[in-house]
Design a protein around this ligand. Structure first.
Ligand code: ZN
Length: 367
């Protein structure tokens, strides 16, 4: 049994808008060649790196059909899908906040969601031991009716509703370690007790007004949403402590049939949209923890779906470490920043502060 790896060249062709970093160009904001931080390079260079090292030969590369209208409509209202499709057919547009798309952007977003759905479906059907979807555009910020934060469709939510509809699984856990709050996924499953959503993120990064500990879900879903807002500067040790102290016990308490990770890499120390200090080894270690939890709880069923991560140079090394861990391959890509980033880790005093912060969050969640 192998690690399935889903990608599609067309996902790298998504684009649109006229941005300089996160700012619309205009007034005193000069146009910028790279445009939005969410550009194809971070993801394409991960694919290039696993090809260059040969790690891809130890994975099972796969394609996927795009998510269908019916699959998308289980998460997003028809009004939103219709408006998105119409704008996409007529040159592109922008329907939310920092979510520009070009001609045919709807089809690319459907493909991105399709990669996530195929990854989850194949793991549940047993045709892969675990799976990674190199989805682009990302998904975790997208609300049912409002795209934001580069996300046009909620890829993971579409995947989950699809496998639930097919009767492949009911209880599913989502662990989101993107540095930003998974506000879209939280919103979709807010009242759903069958889907546990856990988001580790930098406190008050993006969105500014969501992601607090007190947001625990509503109605029948009360307690099935756990936010873990970490202080800026949290490093390798802090992330692993949050995983061990909060995420693992929450997963054991919930007992999912499969674990889905919203795998962003923007908690990395050199990311332009985060202020955290994680390294490639942090992502490797977190992946190992998720694999071990999946082994214990759900026959190893683990799916990672690519979300954010905006350092074109460093994301590929973080992703390589994750895929090495998932596939147990012996091909290693040495992290060229390891020495520098080890020296940048928080000192004992800051780690103690982060520890106390995590203990308070754990207590708030009854863990
Ligand atoms: Zn992010």
């Amino acid at each position: 049994m192998t690690t399935a790896f889903y990608s599609d060249e067309r996902c790298f062709w998504h684009g649109g808008g006229n941005y300089a970093f996160t700012l619309p160009v205009g007034g005193l904001v000069q146009p910028l060649a790279g445009g939005l931080p969410e550009n194809p390079e971070t993801k394409r260079r991960l694919l290039n790196l696993i090809t260059a090292t040969g790690l891809i030969d130890h994975l099972s590369p796969r394609k996927a059909m795009p998510a269908t209208w019916e699959e998308m409509a289980r998460v997003h209202p028809e009004t939103y899908l219709t408006a998105f499709k119409a704008a996409s057919d007529t040159g592109g547009g922008e329907l939310g906040l920092r979510t520009p798309f070009g001609q045919g952007g709807f089809e690319i977003a459907a493909l991105s969601a399709g990669l996530a759905r195929a990854a989850l479906e194949d793991v549940l059907r047993g045709t892969a031991a675990n799976a990674y979807a190199l989805s682009r555009p990302p998904g975790h910020h997208c609300l049912p009716d409002w795209p934001n934060g580069f996300c046009l469709l909620n890829n993971i939510a579409i995947a989950i509703r699809s496998v639930q509809a097919a009767g492949l699984a009911r209880r599913i856990a989502v662990v989101d370690w993107d540095v930003h709050h998974g506000n879209g996924t939280e919103a979709v499953f807010w009242e759903d007790p069958d889907v546990l959503t856990i988001s580790l993120h930098q406190d008050r990064n993006y969105p500014l007004d969501t992601g607090g500990v007190e947001a625990r879900g509503g109605g029948a879903g009360l307690g099935a949403n756990l936010n873990v807002p970490l202080p800026p500067g949290t490093g390798h040790r802090g992330y692993l402590e949050a995983m061990a102290r909060i995420v693992l016990p929450a997963l054991h308490r919930f007992a999912p049939e499969v674990i889905v990770v919203a795998c962003g890499y923007d908690a990395a120390a050199v990311d332009p949209l985060g202020r955290m200090l994680a390294t490639a080894e942090t992502f490797r270690a977190m992946t190992r923890m998720m694999s071990e939890a999946a082994d214990t709880l759900c026959s190893g069923r683990l799916v990672l779906v690519h979300e954010g991560g905006y350092s074109e140079v460093y994301v590929p090394f973080c992703g390589h470490a994750v895929l090495e861990e998932m596939s147990a391959a012996t091909i290693h890509a040495a992290d060229p920043m390891a020495e520098t980033l080890a020296k940048r880790q928080p000192d004992a005093r800051l780690d103690a502060f982060v520890s106390g912060w995590i203990a308070e969050i754990a207590a708030a969640h009854g863990l």
